[in-house]
Design a protein around this ligand. Structure first.
Ligand SMILES: [Zn+2]
Length: 325
């Protein structure tokens, strides 16, 4: 039995017990129907046919099964009506995800922050949030993360990260403490099957900020002298319950730009050639004096030009930070 099958079997057995109680108490046929489906899935896991499409017998994707263990048909064998319903579902999930995003461009508390968030499909596993000061004089927090995996499963964990940090930040811990706690909770929630890389910034006064990095690509610092990555980092969130993190105190000078990105920018490839850190840094060097929204658009455009029309393989998010003029 695979780990997914073992986990699913446990979930289904709990669900079955719950449904049996409901069916008995309410005498409602809907519960009985659902219970039959749960029984069928439990039976299929036990005989080893679970996860295979009832029409073409191909494997149904693990991501979809993890979401709905009662699936019996693969995507290509769905009826036209089912396919349209699924597309509508995905589109509305994408809309919900967009409502969780911070404004695309804003200036406040001495900072200017802009982001560009582009899922590869209807939903994204990239997490970007700008959490405003939770009390007068408290710092704002800027987060950029990337959940392992793709599609709906990754987007569910993105929403989980969003809620996690929104709940934790007002506790007022240091950045390393914040990441440590988020890591514990994320590891518990995902049983270490999934993980997320994340860069967290705490924005202070006069350009001062602290940065803690949980396995995320190193942010770039750009100014008249060039473009360089900011070193430092710990393990991604969710891998081990006891990961520890450190922070770096830095100061952004007027005229400097900080660029955070997910690996959809640097690791997108044409054939087997990646866009790569070098091209990314050069793109930023050329765009560094543009207003932030144009700077982001230009960094994205250089990737698009490199890909020459072939589709990007991953979600893409870019976040740029400056001191407000
Ligand atoms: Zn099929």
């Amino acid at each position: 039995m695979t780990p997914l099958e073992a986990r699913t079997l446990e979930r289904l057995q709990t669900r079955r017990a719950h449904l049996a109680g409901l069916a008995k108490a309410r005498g409602d046929h809907r519960w009985v129907d659902l219970m039959r489906k749960v029984d069928a899935a439990i039976g299929a896991i036990e005989v080893g046919t679970w996860g295979h499409c009832a029409v073409c017998h191909d494997l149904i994707s693990e991501g979809r099964l993890a979401e709905d263990p009662l699936l019996t048909v693969c995507l290509s064998c769905l009826s036209e009506a089912d396919r349209r319903a699924l597309e509508r579902d995905l589109q509305s999930a994408g809309k919900v995800q967009r409502t969780l995003l911070p404004p695309a461009h804003l200036a406040r508390d001495g900072w200017e922050v802009a982001h560009l968030w582009e899922p590869r499909g209807p939903v994204s596993g990239d997490h970007v949030d700008l959490i405003p000061p939770y009390a007068p004089g408290a710092p704002a927090h800027l987060l950029l993360g990337d959940v392992s995996g793709k599609g709906v499963a990754a987007s569910l964990l993105q929403a989980h990260l969003h809620a996690l940090f929104r709940a934790l930040v007002p506790g007022g811990q240091t950045l390393p403490e914040l990441l440590q706690r988020a890591n514990e909770l994320f590891a518990e929630a995902t049983s270490s099957v999934s993980y997320a890389t994340l860069a967290a910034l705490r924005l202070g006064c006069d350009g001062r900020f602290s940065l803690a990095n949980a396995g995320h690509p190193r942010p770039f610092l750009a100014d008249g002298r060039g473009v360089r990555p900011i070193e430092g980092g710990g393990l991604p969130l969710g891998l081990f319950c006891d990961s520890a993190y450190t922070e770096r105190e830095l100061r952004l000078q007027p005229g400097q730009t900080l660029l955070l990105y997910t690996d959809g920018w640097t690791e997108s490839a044409k054939g087997d050639m990646e866009f790569g850190i070098g091209r990314a840094a050069a793109a930023l060097r050329r765009a560094r004096d543009l207003p932030l929204p144009e700077l982001l658009a230009s960094c994205r455009a250089e990737l698009e030009a490199f890909l020459g029309g072939s589709p990007r393989g991953d979600d893409l998010t870019l976040v740029a930070v400056r001191r407000a003029a």
